[in-house]
Write a protein that binds this ligand. Structure first.
Ligand SMILES: CC(C)(COP(=O)(O)OP(=O)(O)OC[C@H]1O[C@@H](n2cnc3c(N)ncnc32)[C@H](O)[C@@H]1OP(=O)(O)O)[C@@H](O)C(=O)NCCC(=O)NCCS
Length: 374
């Protein structure tokens, strides 16, 4: 990670520390600094602010959450991520005191998750979050060529929602009971202004009739945990089935899935990723990566199947696994080109909750489908 990367000066009184006198401001105009490196004291202030603000919106946010963010940021990579490549923490200071932060998670396929963003209560509505995010977003778009930014914001967090809508983010869906029962979560996305979105994604038509019957009618599939996957076998199956909807899937992606699924991983964030596979007549016909999430959900992504029977067996196995672990909800990411899978999931009781515009690849939207675990 680089040293202090950006320093910005913001007009005086806006950023004066509460209690600062007019003489002091005139004497030493307050400055907003944005840094990408944390001293131990900053890390402590970051942790304190995060743990003060997030638990009111999210379950299972304990000290392991900021700790894992800081570890990823220090290491320059997420050792357990497969779509995630790395995390960075940007902090902002007013007269040397940490006043706010934003976290950035770089993803495969040219997108980045931005947030959480938080500012100390005494500094809110003074433009600090706007100034910080202006700087960070400019760096991501112009410096790093990020294609898309996205985030989730709890539906009850009106200030954060208005703040991000005001910045040009658009609502892409609402995830039901995503991180806490009875609390929904908006997905918001924005695109690099210099890289317009793809025409084909904007014009996608969902042809339900065409999706029906596209699958072969093989029957007799069985699904189970895939406990001893070989990276080449996994890649040989997934790679051709994902290439039209996900970018940047090198061998590191498949290896990261296998590493993340190892049983020996102990802590909350690291444990429990699993591979599920279905076979039809003994031949591999469906694969999903099962990822437990904070707040009680479990994600299946990627999730691909060659026939409807294999898909049904795979989903039944995933629901059973989720129920056995006390998970509340399962949600699945399906590229919109696979509308046959979307239609099948709807017939299995899943509801469409969001359309993530060009999430992992230009030209391909991702449909998010969710259902409660029985
Ligand atoms: C969301 C948050 C980061 C905004 O920080 P901030 O420094 O107060 O934001 P800014 O002063 O730059 O606000 C910019 C614009 O956002 C909108 N906005 C911000 N807070 C708002 C609020 N409470 N109500 C309505 N609009 C708001 C306004 O349009 C505002 O412009 P204005 O002040 O000229 O009306 C801050 O409220 C916060 O830290 N919240 C707690 C942490 C949190 O929940 N983060 C999100 C987790 S995902």
């Amino acid at each position: 990670m680089s040293e202090q990367t950006i320093v910005d000066l913001v007009p005086g009184p806006v950023l004066a520390h509460p209690g600062t006198t007019a003489e002091q401001v005139a004497d030493r105009p307050p400055r907003l600094e944005v840094r990408e490196i944390l001293t131990p004291a900053d890390a402590k202030a970051f942790t304190a602010l995060l743990l003060k603000e997030l638990p009111s919106h999210y379950d299972e946010v304990d000290a392991t959450f900021p700790e894992s963010i800081l570890n990823n940021a220090r290491n320059g990579q997420d050792p357990f991520g497969y779509f995630t490549l790395s995390k960075d923490v940007y902090t902002t200071y007013v007269d040397g005191q940490l006043a706010g932060f934003t976290v950035v998670t770089m993803k495969r396929g040219g997108s980045a998750k931005i947030g959480p963003t938080a500012v100390l209560p005494e500094f809110r509505r003074t433009g600090i979050a706007s100034a910080l995010r202006d700087i960070v977003e400019r760096k991501l778009y112009e410096g790093l060529g990020v294609r898309k930014l996205y985030m989730t914001v709890s539906a009850s967090n009106v200030p954060a929602l208005l703040f991000n809508l005001d910045r040009g983010f658009k609502i892409e869906g609402i995830l039901r009971g995503q991180y806490r029962p009875d609390q929904d979560e908006f997905v918001l996305g924005a695109f690099n202004p210099a890289r317009p979105t793809a025409v084909e994604a904007a014009e996608t038509r969902y042809e339900v009739e065409a999706a029906r019957g596209r699958w072969n009618d093989a029957i007799g599939s069985t699904a189970a945990l895939w406990t001893d996957p070989d990276v080449e076998e996994l890649r040989a199956f997934l790679s051709p089935r994902l290439e039209d909807s996900f970018d940047q899937l090198d061998i590191g992606f498949y290896q990261a899935i296998i590493d993340a699924c190892r049983e020996s991983r102990q802590t909350y964030h690291q444990k429990g990723k699993r591979l599920l596979a279905a076979r039809t007549d003994g031949v591999l016909s469906a694969v999903a990566v099962y990822v437990p999430k904070r707040g009680g959900g479990a994600k299946l992504s990627p999730c691909v199947a060659d026939n409807a029977d294999a898909a049904r067996a795979l989903i039944a196995e995933a629901l059973e696994l989720a129920a056995s672990e006390g998970r509340r909800k399962i949600y699945i990411h399906v590229p919109d080109a696979r509308f046959d899978m979307v239609a099948l999931l709807v017939s299995l009781g899943f509801a469409i909750e969001a359309q993530l515009r060009e999430a992992y690849r230009p030209g391909t939207n991702i449909i998010v489908l969710g259902r409660l675990v029985p």
